[in-house]
Design a protein around this ligand. Structure first.
Ligand code: WQD
Length: 341
């Protein structure tokens, strides 16, 4: 088996899109996922789109023995992309121990097996949430890490520290941490997309579920922010653009182009967009008039955050290409597909 890439959380939203891009580039893919927040049918969507079915193992990475057995079974792993983590911000506030236990132990068990099996390369799925409310915009990778506003965000910060400290003493370890801004959209084939279980926390799936009639109306959390239209600003990045950045990161690690034990890259478009601008762009892209109501701010939300993407642009040679309307159209096409509309 040639270049086998272990993709943890590979049946999840960003993971599944990344598997397709990896397979398009000729990599063999092994997905390890506990299916706690995704469905096994995603493998069909990946196969339908890429023409090949990834290897799959149902694994709880927070269990040390299961993780060890995975690495014993697949000696050909040359690199890991680690997506598997709990990521619902609100839930992490109400059950923090579930998040600390799972998100930290999963990474620790992976790193122990990387040492044991001499796997040198890991790409870590991190988040712009580590920046909190940034002092300066756009946000560069050198921006200060702010106290996390949720246990979820704190697990991302702690995991980056674990990677930094482990990389500092393990000369074989090559690490890239990718800090995503707001991933949105779906694969243009509509064979895979975002499958939020229950009521979506995130803006775009709530918009598409409102437009298709699953939700009565969208609540816009706050219109009294210090922004041009009063609603909060984010950097919405197309999930396929994001997936492609992971392939570039893997090639960088395998090609030993990485200069440091731990490299960090912001992955965004570099453009800040408000909630109302997303709604307007969705209405243009879908032709659907969206029902929404302005309500109070959501606890823990930051006012403005968007990326300075120059480091990823120059060092990785990567740039987000898809525009917001095209991206929202892909999200809408996916929503209609899964609701058979
Ligand atoms: C975007 C904007 C909301 C829903 C979170 C995590 C981040 C990453 C992405 C995991 C905000 C507004 C939202 C709604 C609204 N997750 N909104 N009505 O909070 O920027 O980031 O998800 O990796 O780590 O922090 O994303 O999509 O929830 O919100 O008005 O029903 O849309 O207030 O301004 P967020 P989001």
């Amino acid at each position: 088996m040639s270049k086998l890439i272990l993709v943890t959380g590979g049946t999840g939203y960003i993971g599944s899109h990344t598997c397709i891009e990896l397979m398009n580039e000729g990599f063999e893919v092994l997905i390890a996922d506990n299916l706690s927040n995704s469905d096994i049918s995603v493998l069909d969507g990946i196969e339908k789109t890429s023409g090949k079915r990834p290897f799959f193992e149902k694994v709880d990475l927070s269990d040390e023995t299961s993780t060890n057995l995975l690495f014993d079974k697949y000696p050909g792993i040359v690199a890991i992309i680690h997506f598997a983590a709990y990521k619902a911000v609100g839930e992490s506030v109400s059950i923090p121990l579930k998040y600390y236990y799972n998100n930290l132990n999963s990474l620790i068990h992976l790193l122990n097996n990387m040492e044991r099996k001499k796997v040198a390369n890991i790409v870590f799925s991190s988040s712009c949430t580590v920046y909190g409310e940034p002092d300066e915009l756009p946000v560069t990778e050198k921006a200060p890490i702010k106290p996390a506003s949720s246990p979820y965000g704190n697990t991302k910060q702690i995991c980056e520290e674990i990677l930094r400290d482990t990389g500092a003493v393990n000369e074989n370890l090559n690490i890239i941490s990718l800090r995503y801004f707001n991933p949105v959209g779906a694969h243009p084939s509509a064979n895979i997309g975002e499958l939020p279980l229950g009521v979506p926390n995130n803006l775009v799936p709530f918009i598409t579920q409102t437009a298709i009639g699953l939700r009565d109306e969208l609540k816009v959390f706050g219109s009294d922010y210090n922004t041009p239209d009063g609603t909060a600003i984010r950097d919405y990045i197309n999930v396929v653009d994001l997936a492609k950045a992971h392939v570039i990161a893997i090639k960088r690690l395998l090609g030993k182009a990485g200069k440091k034990k731990l490299e960090v890259f912001n992955l965004g478009t570099g453009r800040g967009v408000s909630v109302l601008e997303v709604i307007n762009a969705f209405e243009k892209a879908s032709g659907v008039k969206l029902k929404y109501k302005i309500v109070d701010r959501r606890e823990g939300d930051v006012e403005k955050v968007f990326a300075d993407t120059r480091f990823a642009n120059t060092e990785l040679g990567w740039k987000a290409e898809k525009n917001l309307e095209e991206t929202l159209a892909s999200a809408w096409k996916w929503e209609k597909k899964i609701r058979n509309k």
